[in-house]
Design a binder for this molecule. Sequence first.
Ligand SMILES: NC(=O)c1ccc[n+]([C@@H]2O[C@H](COP(=O)([O-])OP(=O)(O)OC[C@H]3O[C@@H](n4cnc5c(N)ncnc54)[C@H](OP(=O)(O)O)[C@@H]3O)[C@@H](O)[C@H]2O)c1
Length: 344
Amino acid sequence: MLSSTRLSHSIHSLRSLSTLQLVYSEHGDPSKVIRPSTVSLPSSVPCGQVRVSWLAAPINPADINQIQGVYPVKPPLPAVGGNEGVGRIEEVGSDVSSFKKGDLVIPARSGLGTWRKMGDHSVDHVWPIDNRFSIEAGATLQVNPSTAYRMLKDFEDLKEGDTVIQNGANSGVGRSVMQICKIRGLKCVSVVRSRDTGMDELREELSELGSTTVVTEEEMASKMRGKVKARLALNCVGGRSSLFLAGAVAKRGTMVTYGGMSKQPLSIPTAAFIFNDISLRGFWMSRWYDEGNTQERTVMYRDLADWFASGRMKTPPFEKIPMDDATAALEKAQTKFDKKMLFV
Ligand SMILES: NC(=O)c1ccc[n+]([C@@H]2O[C@H](COP(=O)([O-])OP(=O)(O)OC[C@H]3O[C@@H](n4cnc5c(N)ncnc54)[C@H](OP(=O)(O)O)[C@@H]3O)[C@@H](O)[C@H]2O)c1
């Protein structure tokens, strides 16, 4: 006969497991349409799947756009929010040998829904990462540092001493760009929006991270005009900001657009095309992942693991928030950009 303690333990292990997730059933303002919801996971993990305990997941601009319904990746509704994050394998299906309990994983592609405490996922939907990544670095590895890494590698054959210019430089991607530039011996001109307070501190911080010059958009349009000749420009703002960025691209250089924070169409100076024959390209990390690139992905994550582990790369500042405070966090993520919101 079972003792009462063992009996209650056996009953518990047969029961399904309740877990919290942040769900939206319609598109709209994320702080209004996201709701906490409790779901049950089966008592044992289905074949071909792994049970992941999600440890941390950021709120990125793409997550906001996806919930608003204006992002190309549209998971069927109702959907769990969040495209990236880091989790730990808790249990594997009886036929799974590619993962084991304790492995750190991130989503294999966009749209997985990472704003949840625990989930069962197909083995193809998660990707193992080096356990040298901190929780914060792992949670934000798939999007921003990877985007920076690829844009600095895939468009121009940059040599030590070459110049890269970027706007929106205080963003998560921008901070990764300047740090990778420093590691690779590239000069990095970082353009930021001017602010009433804290401009000197921001210049100092971004210079320490790897920017060789930090300028405001206004300075770029005035005293810096004609002074920068960059092989590569990285644009995440658009509008008037892209006008001055494209004007700073050297002959036959490239401007890569990867974001549109100003919500304005690109402005490009005519002279940049006629006299400098510049190329305009676009980059989307999700597309790159969807295209396969398995070997390159492994190499990229290995390089990034080395750089984070050695302290040569640092994560941006975070505000860590419990999932219960989702509404306030989602409001803040759309209006204040000094810290990345991270659900923990
Ligand atoms: N294509 C891709 O694969 C890919 C991958 C990653 C990110 N992205 C895009 O890259 C951009 C940055 O993402 P992130 O996660 O790095 O952002 P983030 O850390 O949340 O930072 C957002 C940045 O945007 C700036 N910003 C906000 N509104 C602006 C405006 N109206 N004009 C100029 N700058 C503005 C902020 O500047 P302040 O510092 O002055 O507040 C802040 O530095 C987003 O558009 C995102 O969608 C694209």
